[in-house]
Design a protein around this ligand. Structure first.
Ligand SMILES: *[C@@H]1O[C@H](CO)[C@@H](O)[C@H](O)[C@H]1NC(C)=O
Ligand SMILES: *[C@@H]1O[C@H](CO)[C@@H](O)[C@H](O)[C@H]1NC(C)=O
Ligand SMILES: *[C@@H]1O[C@H](CO)[C@@H](O)[C@H](O)[C@H]1NC(C)=O
Ligand SMILES: *[C@@H]1O[C@H](CO)[C@@H](O)[C@H](O)[C@H]1NC(C)=O
Length: 280
């Protein structure tokens, strides 16, 4: 922690937090912020061992909630490390506080050592949708910033058969009975992504095929299963419920992208406008 009155000269104050070895050997991209009366240390640890459904990616992005004392400059954790996202590709998160007081997080939407096909085009990774962070029952929730509603195009309601996304992009909203299993497919010629809800075990499972295909997380809605899913040409972002669990995974479809369900849900798709309306 450093302090400055003029943002030019900085004075060293203290070490806010450091790994004791349990949560990795290196904490990259630290971001220390106040949110809803608590303090959040958001960072990308390297060297956390996989444990059950947790920490399956090569490196993680996660957070610790705690209290910060401005007299002692001590951060006292009140939570363990919690992964921010449960998909394959979220790292190097950074937040900003905007003019409306919103705490907005963006992540590097990729993972180290993946060699995704875009490398041939000279870039590595994209950015996630900006997400507003809130603290709910001691955990961070992530909500796509409301400006994302501004890029909604026309709506195709209540889809039962196969639906081909225009330009491989769309916002897919799922409404189903939270007491029943559900499955959604996002497929193309070369790849099929399967997103399942296992009602009995309260789990969401995303399988994108290939090696190291599957990610799982605990999530069980009180009544209805509500998912909001953003599909773009090489990405899937799934927001469960009010954003309490998210999955962000890259995928690389050739040709058209088709979505269809195993049945039982109301599926609503919005096309995505390619031109962002100017802020008013
Ligand atoms: C490291 O910190 C974690 C979280 O506070 C704790 O659960 C664990 O026991 C600690 N390990 C050591 C070796 O101190
Ligand atoms: C901060 O630490 C000081 C010194 O230990 C203590 O007197 C004070 O009560 C603490 N403040 C809070 C808000 O816990
Ligand atoms: C829907 O698409 C899937 C995957 O492309 C295909 O296996 C299935 O036969 C299609 N169903 C219909 C009714 O066209
Ligand atoms: C949801 O599913 C459960 C279990 O199958 C069933 O008992 C309940 O009636 C369903 N609710 C609605 C609103 O259909």
């Amino acid at each position: 922690l450093y302090s400055s009155k003029n943002k030019i000269l900085w004075e060293y104050i203290s070490v806010v937090a450091q790994s004791n070895g349990t949560f990795g050997y290196m904490w990259e991209c630290p971001d220390f912020l106040k949110l809803d009366g608590k303090y959040v240390l958001l960072f990308s640890p390297q060297g956390v061992a996989p444990s059950g459904d947790k920490y399956r990616n090569l490196y993680q992005a996660g957070y610790i909630i705690g209290d910060f004392n401005y007299s002692t400059h001590k951060f006292t954790p009140t939570s363990d490390l919690v992964e921010l996202d449960h998909g394959h590709d979220v790292y190097a998160t950074q937040t900003t506080l905007d003019n409306f007081g919103r705490r907005i997080v963006v992540a590097w939407f990729d993972m180290w050592e993946q060699n995704y096909p875009e490398g041939e085009d000279g870039f590595t990774g994209i950015m996630t949708i900006p997400r507003e962070l809130r603290l709910l029952n001691g955990n961070l929730v992530q909500i796509p910033i409301q400006e994302v509603y501004g890029i909604r195009g026309s709506k195709v309601a209540a889809i039962n058969g196969n639906y081909t996304l225009r330009d491989k992009a769309g916002e897919v909203n799922v409404l189903a009975n939270g007491s029943q299993d559900f499955v959604l497919y996002i497929g193309s010629n070369n790849v099929k992504v399967t997103i399942c809800y296992d009602a009995a075990n309260g789990k969401v499972i995303l399988d994108r095929g290939g090696t190291d295909s599957t990610r799982r997380a605990d999530w069980k809605p009180l009544r209805n299963l509500k998912w909001r899913i953003f599909v773009d040409a090489s990405s899937i972002e799934l927001f469960c419920g009010e954003g309490e669990v998210t999955f962000s995974s890259r995928f690389f479809p050739d040709g058209e992208v088709v979505i269809y369900q195993g049945g039982g849900a109301v599926l609503t798709v919005h096309e995505i406008l390619r031109t962002m309306p100017r802020p008013s």
